[in-house]
Design a protein around this ligand. Structure first.
Ligand SMILES: CC(C)(COP(=O)(O)OP(=O)(O)OC[C@H]1O[C@@H](n2cnc3c(N)ncnc32)[C@H](O)[C@@H]1OP(=O)(O)O)[C@@H](O)C(=O)NCCC(=O)NCCS
Length: 187
């Protein structure tokens, strides 16, 4: 089934380099939400290896941000080989509550499958108190593995997982949902 634009909210993703900070500098969550996702500035200030940065776009507007952590299986005991970690996922506070988070999460597995050819699943943790995010993940097709992750500063977190579509699945890979930022070719 092909999703309609209404269902997808015209969501695409933009792969960012460290030189693309200005494209997403405006994206911010409410102060009390920072404990769940950090800030865009924190993500750009970090020199952590194995992290890919992305903007979530609605049309041409950058409305959200997340990181893909390529070393999740090495750093989290619950993760398996082939898992991509999703971290710091946020929708700008002015755009929250309009279905964009859920739409982005629905689009994400097929988009990632088209770009990370060896990846098998996306995995993340979400704080037990962060019920809006929990609902968003479950509505988007992630499932709660039942494990509790005790790391982090804000208390216990659910572990959520969503398999990426395999090449022979009916769901097509959607590498076309991911564009590259203006500095992609910068050395
Ligand atoms: C979590 C987040 C990404 C969800 O994105 P969003 O676009 O705001 O969420 P959606 O509009 O798709 O709504 C998801 C669900 O939460 C509900 N919801 C959204 N905002 C809400 C609010 N302010 N109060 C109550 N429920 C709310 C929606 O009704 C929906 O549930 P439903 O489909 O069962 O009705 C976004 O709220 C966010 O960036 N939060 C701060 C950072 C964060 O917590 N990141 C997650 C880290 S694990």
């Amino acid at each position: 089934m092909v999703a309609t634009v209404t269902e997808t909210q015209n969501i695409t993703f933009l792969r960012l380099t460290r030189a693309d900070h200005d494209l997403v500098r405006h994206i911010a969550v409410a102060p009390e939400q920072i404990v769940y996702c950090g800030t865009v500035d924190m993500a750009f200030a970090s020199d952590e290896a194995g992290i890919d940065l992305y903007a979530i776009r609605q049309g041409a507007t950058c409305v959200g941000f997340f990181k893909i952590d390529l070393k999740y299986p090495q750093t989290h005991a619950f993760a398996r080989a082939g898992d991509l970690g999703v971290r710091a996922l946020m929708i700008d506070h002015q755009h929250q509550g309009k279905g964009l988070g859920t739409a982005a999460l629905r689009a994400l597995p097929a988009a990632l499958a088209g770009c990370y050819r060896d990846a098998k699943a996306v995995v993340l943790t979400v704080n037990l108190r962060n019920q809006i995010a929990v609902r968003s993940y479950l509505n988007a097709g992630f499932h709660d593995t039942g494990e509790l992750f005790e790391g982090g500063l804000a208390g216990p977190q659910h572990v959520m997982r969503c398999n990426l579509p395999a090449p022979d699945d009916a769901a097509p890979h959607r590498a076309d949902l991911i564009a590259t930022g203006p500095h992609a070719d910068a050395s």
